[in-house]
Design a protein. Structure first.
Length: 69
C-alpha cells in the first residue's frame, strides 16, 4: 500500500504544506511571522453583536427553558 501524506495549504501564501513540518500550518518562518504580526496588529477580529436588555432577557429565558428540559 502507498503511504498517505497529509497536506494542507499555508493560510498566508496558500502554498502546499506537508503536515508535521517545522512551521506547520505555515510553509515557512516568514509566513508564520506574518500571521503573528497580524495578531499583534489586531488584524483578526471577531464581529460583536450588541444586545439590548430585552433581547438579553429573552435569550436568558430561552436558555433556562432549554436547561430545564
Amino acid at each position: 500500500m502507498a503511504e498517505v501524506v497529509k497536506v494542507s495549504r499555508c493560510p498566508i501564501c496558500h502554498k502546499i504544506v506537508e503536515a508535521g513540518g517545522k512551521y506547520h500550518p505555515f510553509c515557512s518562518k516568514r509566513c508564520a511571522d506574518i500571521d503573528l504580526g497580524n495578531w499583534f496588529n489586531e488584524a483578526y477580529k471577531v464581529p460583536v453583536v450588541e444586545l439590548d436588555e430585552q433581547e438579553l432577557e429573552e435569550m436568558e429565558k430561552s436558555l433556562d427553558e432549554q436547561l430545564d428540559k
